[in-house]
Design a protein around this ligand. Sequence first.
Ligand code: NAD
Length: 244
Amino acid sequence: MTDFTGLTALVTGGASGIGRATAELLAARGAQVAVLDLDPSGVEKPLRGYVADVTDDTAVRAAVAAAVADLGGLDILVNNAGIGAQGTVEDNDDDRWHAVLDVNVLGVVRTTRAALPHLRASAHAAIVNTCSIAATAGLPQRALYSASKGAVLSLTLAMAADHVRDGVRVNCVNPGTVDTPWVGRLLDAAPDPAAERAALAARQPTGRLVTADEVAGAIAYLASPLSGATTGTALAVDGGMQGL
Ligand code: NAD
């Protein structure tokens, strides 16, 4: 794994799960790392926490500006904040569609807009978006969530094309089922969480869930100079789910 010494990073949704694992990995490898989250109070040094809701453009701009000022620049943006949604197109009304797209899609747009002027000034600029296998897998009961991540995948490709000549690479990871607090909350809502967890693991080709650290490793690769010629790609981190 590459050394991030001298590089700076901002991770949205970095207070939990995949974002937290990514922020900690980048920091452990030498990066100065800022976390933007609804509640970054649990984030510990050397990570720096900034409060913002990615649905609030003014708050995002203020948090990005504060983070960049404190870090002394920005080389890496990880657009990871996201929320889930279950059900078919009939199960979610317009308000729910707007709410989920506001976080999962426009959230990426807002942080990217705020960060791009700073990324353009970097010699190692990279954006990594946390997408999902839901973007392309055609999963049942995930119409809204899949549409939101499909948009993130398309945005990744479009942004890569738009900013390649600015020296800003844009890629995404497509995680499968990852053992994070989010998935834990879903399992806890089942009548028998332990049985549900075992059944979920058994449905994975590897017989286990993907770990947040494994997704963080893929994000770190796409954020690092090791992937310097790679832009506009989606890297599956799904324990083989995509091949089924
Ligand atoms: P998580 O719930 O553990 O962490 C998500 C973080 O995002 C939390 O800290 C939360 O506070 C923050 N967040 C949510 N809404 C926000 C908002 N409006 N503004 C700022 N921060 C906000 O979830 P996770 O499982 O680590 O998921 C992280 C990303 O990975 C999401 O984009 C999710 O869609 C994606 N993903 C997760 C899985 C999985 O199985 N866990 C699979 C594929 C993709």
